[in-house]
Write a protein that binds this ligand. Sequence first.
Ligand code: CP3
Length: 356
Amino acid sequence: MEPLKNDSFLRALLRQPVDRTPVWMMRQAGRYLPEYRRVREQAGSFMNLCTNPELACEVTIQPIDRYRLDAAILFSDILTVPDAMGLGLRFLEGEGPRFDKVIASAEDIRQLPIPDPEVELRYVPDAVRLIKQNLHQRVPLIGFSGSPWTLATYMIEGGSSREFQKAKGLMYDRPELAHQLLGKLADSVAAYLNAQLAAGVDAVMVFDTWGGALTAEQYRLFSLDYAQRVLDQLKLRPDGRRIPAILFTKGGGLWLEAMADSGYDALGLDWTIDIGAARSRVGHRVALQGNLDPVVLYASQETIRTEVGKVLASFGHGSGHVFNLGHGVHPAIDPEHVGAMIEAVHEYSPAYHAGA
Ligand code: CP3
């Protein structure tokens, strides 16, 4: 395959020099885009969209055609892995994800299979191969998975949760069972990401959306250790070059030093932490990705531009920054406001890379 036409995203993740700060957006392929809503309607359901490689490919590339973005992210969902483990995933209109089966006992955990990603999750590597063909090396493609802990919360709660009573209950009352479940999830996630890597993704990202719900001790024992067990199994040097891996822990700002020790190349930041402060704590060890407050995109385009400028200025000069939101873009956001954010990164960021 010919080389990537734009590899600034990969370079920034490895803290190599770039001409400007690369930018992409979590949930960039999603409901705020009218062209996404059309394909989603055609698919009939969100899961039909995820399991149809042609349609998944189409919506992955939509934001790349519309905006000057520096990376594409595979269109899928983190909950495809527990679905492939036999839990039966459904997305009910307006209610979010629901599993038919929940994990409630030692026997449930013992019986959980580690899915073969080229069999039960075949539609994902198939989508990756199709997207790579159709992207024509314009920008890198990001593969992803949920973290073992974040997947465990959905599997134990049966869906989204506010307080995580059941998931944390298992951790407090039967820690050995929680560890068994997380170990199986780490091995399933690693196999799943390795299948995406073999199919051609250029970077991988682990979404630990609910790591921030834990205490400091639990975060290390039940979230970070298993994110590391995933990383340790990944084939990130297929031909000598390093494929970057990103760890995003929402609410992880307190634990950046531990995260930076985990071996991931880059840390995703939510909006609650000042990115300049994060850089002084860990920026000599890892790249940082983030962290504009997604709610800023409801404000005027002028305010959006100002806030983009503040994030760039806070990170400051030099490579090691990938611009992103601190969490996914909301479905009600005006696509023109997204464009204003991206264009502001293009306009303001070269000043921070001059002389590189
Ligand atoms: O970022 C991207 O553009 C790639 C696609 C992507 C989706 N979900 C598509 C999606 C990615 C990377 C995810 C990850 C994901 N999914 C996470 C981790 C990241 C995060 O947001 O914290 C989580 C926790 C999930 C689980 C999930 N998926 C929930 C709770 C929901 C329902 C939310 C809702 O608003 O309905 C989803 C559905 C989902 N995943 C949608 C999209 C575009 C919306 C569904 C639709 O189109 O009907």
